[in-house]
Design a protein around this ligand. Structure first.
Ligand SMILES: Nc1ncnc2c1ncn2[C@@H]1O[C@H](COP(=O)(O)OP(=O)(O)OP(=O)(O)O)[C@@H](O)[C@H]1O
Length: 384
């Protein structure tokens, strides 16, 4: 006969839809009672979306097969909001920004931040109003690469003003966290952080906000797609086949989240010798072309391994700005041009509506508070 502990342990395998954490970890399981072969489970969740309840019922029943037979499931959820403004519905919590470009990679260290910086600066050099949001909460490198490392954030009221560097507005999680501070990011905290970076930063009217995501596919990507209509995603990869396998996951994620794929950047594609300027193949060049074909997208550019790219990153002097005549800077400029053309082409056609909102912004998955509780003091997030 099953005990309460057996049932709770089975429920630990049930993930809250859209999140990597279980309903037990989120604290949604409020009561479990057992009588013989029957059990009554009471759950309190934060989403009013019918599909969340439906998925949970299905997953809970499958997780309890062989554990207990007669299951009564009470799911308490908030009332569906009767009328939502655009900013509360989660469809666009930063409406002054025309286009959002999600920069992703299947794994770390492939040059995602380097690409974000150089593409953003290149787009600004082509006359666009551009911002960079460094949402790579695990390793925010953008401040160093944009030369704003260690600078104080200017706070106005309860909002923060982005930095300006090389014609680009910049804000990073790294500038908001104390240096060297290590945080263990959990699903609900990630969700709140991403939404605050969009809503509580004084972004001006922008043509494009480039968003440097954490590597991989997880809560940050989902939250972003649920908070703003992401115009397109771009994938950064290196040409080795192992990296391409990881890229597929990233490209599949774009498809799942209904995010159009703007293209692939093949980084570290060949090596340009600083002495003789000759280009040689190291990891394989051009392997992304096939991947792009499979996903019906384009290769935005092949960027070589070049010491000047790394030096530019380390010194906060992006190569595209400081060495505009170099072969590499020209490739970044062309890639940005292709991306802008793609965005112009699809403008107005983007809708991530079918994946949102599962929870309104400001309501974290572990909170029952409403959107109005979203604030700097952490209101609404029950995980602190
Ligand atoms: N094409 C390149 N040539 C030479 N060095 C490069 C190139 N691209 C990136 N690098 C260097 O590789 C290192 C990792 O790059 P970067 O931080 O952009 O990767 P990332 O994918 O954003 O990593 P993370 O997953 O840690 O965020 C940096 O030191 C960067 O300067």
């Amino acid at each position: 006969m099953a005990t309460i502990a057996d049932i709770k342990s089975a429920l630990e395998n049930v993930k809250y839809p859209g999140f990597a954490k279980s309903i037990v970890d989120f604290g949604f399981v409020k009561d479990v009672q057992v009588e013989g072969s029957a059990c009554i489970i009471t759950l309190e969740i934060t989403s009013s979306a019918p599909e969340v309840e439906e998925n949970l019922r299905k997953d809970i029943h499958s997780s309890l097969v062989g554990v207990v037979e007669n299951i009564t499931l009470n799911i308490k959820k908030p009332e569906a909001p009767s009328q939502q403004s655009n900013s509360v519905s989660g469809k666009n919590i930063a409406p002054q920004i025309k286009n959002f470009v999600m920069v992703s990679s299947g794994k770390g260290g492939v040059g995602k931040s380097t690409t974000t910086v150089n593409l953003a600066v290149a787009a600004a050099m082509q006359g666009k109003r551009v911002g960079i949001l460094d949402a790579d909460i695990y390793g925010p490198n953008i401040p160093r690469m944009m030369g704003i490392n260690g600078k104080e954030v200017e706070v106005i009221g309860n909002k923060a003003r982005p930095f300006k560097a090389y014609g680009v507005d910049v804000m990073s999680m790294g500038s908001l966290m104390e240096e060297g501070q290590a945080l263990i990011w959990r699903g609900a905290m990630i969700m709140k952080a991403i939404q605050q970076l969009l809503r509580d930063i004084l972004w001006e009217d922008l043509d494009i906000l480039f968003i440097d995501m954490p590597p991989g596919t997880g809560d940050a990507q989902l939250t972003l797609a649920q908070s703003v209509p992401v115009t397109c995603g771009i994938n950064v990869t290196t040409p080795q086949h192992v990296a391409l396998d990881d890229s597929r996951r990233s490209l599949d994620m774009f498809k799942k989240l209904h995010i159009p794929i703007g293209g692939i950047i093949e980084n570290m594609s060949g090596f340009i010798c600083p002495k003789c300027n000759e280009e040689s193949d190291i990891f394989g060049m051009g392997t992304c072309n096939e991947l792009a074909e499979q996903y019906n997208t384009q290769v935005l550019g092949h960027l070589p391994i070049e010491p000047a790219i790394r030096q530019g990153g380390d010194n906060g002097k992006p190569i595209v700005y400081f060495q505009p005549e170099s072969q590499t800077a020209k490739r970044y400029m062309q890639s940005a041009q292709k991306l802008i053309a793609y965005i112009d082409d699809i403008t107005g056609t983007v809708s991530n509506a079918s994946i949102q909102p599962t929870t309104p912004p400001g309501v974290s998955a572990c909170s029952s508070a409403g959107a109005s509780s979203s604030s700097h003091n952490g209101g609404g997030c029950g995980c602190h």
